[in-house]
Write a protein that binds this ligand. Structure first.
Ligand code: ADP
Ligand code: ADP
Length: 225
C-alpha cells in the first residue's frame, strides 16, 4: 500500500541540516495495524504527517497506492488524501461551532457527496458508533472519549483505506483509551482498514500487528506480533 525509501526531513538551522527524519525505509501492506513509538522529539508525528501527505519530506521516494507521491503536485496529493486517508488527532480538532452531526458530515461536503447520500452515510455511522442521541450536541457538551469517537467517525465517514492517528488516546483516561483501541482493532480486523497510529503506550501499541520504534529520526527496531 505504501513505501518510503530513503526518506529524510530536515530543517536548515544556520548552515546546518537538522534531521527530524533520517533515511527512513518503510513498507506497509494493506491490512496492517502499525504503532509508531519512540521518545518525544524522535520524529513520530513528522513521520505520520509525511505518510499522510500533510508534510513533505526533504528527500527520498514515497509511493502510495500505486502513485509516486514525491512527483505529485499539491493538488494531486490533496486528491489522493481525500480518496484514501482519514486522520485522527490527539486533541480531536472538532469544529466547536458545528454539532456532532455537522462535524461528521464535513468531509462529505468537501467531497461533493449529494445531500441524500450524506444523510444516509452519517446516519449509518452515528448508529454504528451508538452516538445517535448526541447528534445535535456541540463538542463542548461531550466528554473527551465521546469527542474522540466523533473525531474517528469523521475520519471514517468517507470510507478511507488508511486511517492515521496521532496519539488518539493521549487525552483520554485508560478506560476510554481501551474503548478506542478496541474500536481500532475491530475496524482493522472486520473492515480491513489499514491503521498507523503514533502512541506512547506499549499497551495500546500491542493492539496492532507491528511496532516501529523511532529514535533520533531513524527506525531503531521493528517488532511483529
Ligand atoms: P507531539 O509531538 O505529537 O505533540 P509529544 O511527543 O510532545 O507529542 O507528546 C505527546 C504527549 O505525550 C504529551 O502530553 C507528553 O507529555 C506525553 N509524553 C511525551 N513523552 C512521553 C513518554 N516518554 N511517556 C509518556 N508520555 C509522554
Ligand atoms: P515526536 O512526534 O516524536 O515528538 P516530532 O515529529 O513532533 O516528534 O518532532 C521531531 C523534531 O522535529 C522535534 O525535535 C521538533 O523540534 C522538530 N521540528 C518539528 N517541526 C519543526 C519546524 N517547523 N522547524 C524546526 N524543527 C521542527
Amino acid at each position: 500500500m505504501l513505501s518510503l525509501q530513503h526518506v529524510s526531513k530536515y530543517y536548515q538551522v544556520g548552515g546546518n541540516k537538522n534531521f527530524v527524519l533520517n533515511d527512513i525505509n518503510l513498507e506497509v501492506d494493506e491490512g496492517e495495524f502499525i504503532s509508531i513509538m519512540g521518545p518525544s522529539g524522535s520524529g513520530k508525528s513528522t513521520l505520520l504527517n509525511v505518510i499522510g501527505m500533510l508534510d513533505e519530506p526533504s528527500d527520498g521516494y514515497h509511493y502510495f497506492v500505486g502513485n509516486a507521491v514525491h512527483q505529485l503536485k499539491e493538488k494531486q496529493r490533496s486528491a489522493l488524501y481525500k480518496q484514501y486517508i482519514g486522520f485522527v488527532f490527539q486533541a480531536y480538532h472538532l469544529i466547536d461551532e458545528l454539532t456532532v452531526y455537522e462535524n461528521i458530515e464535513t468531509p462529505l461536503i468537501y467531497q461533493d457527496y449529494k445531500s441524500s447520500e450524506r444523510k444516509a452515510m452519517v446516519a449509518d455511522i452515528l448508529d454504528r458508533f451508538q452516538i445517535v442521541g448526541k447528534k445535535d450536541l456541540f463538542p463542548a457538551q461531550l466528554s473527551g472519549g465521546q469527542q474522540q469517537l466523533v473525531g474517528i467517525a469523521r475520519a471514517l465517514i468517507a470510507k478511507p483505506k488508511l486511517l492515521l492517528a496521532d496519539e488518539p488516546t493521549g487525552n483520554l483516561n485508560s478506560k476510554q483509551g481501551e474503548e478506542i483501541m478496541t474500536l481500532f482493532r475491530k475496524l482493522n480486523k472486520e473492515d480491513g482498514v489499514t491503521i498507523i497510529q503514533v502512541t506512547h503506550s506499549e499497551k495500546n501499541a500491542e493492539y496492532g500487528s507491528r511496532i516501529i520504534d523511532l529514535l533520533d529520526g531513524k527506525v531503531s527496531s521493528s517488532r511483529k506480533f
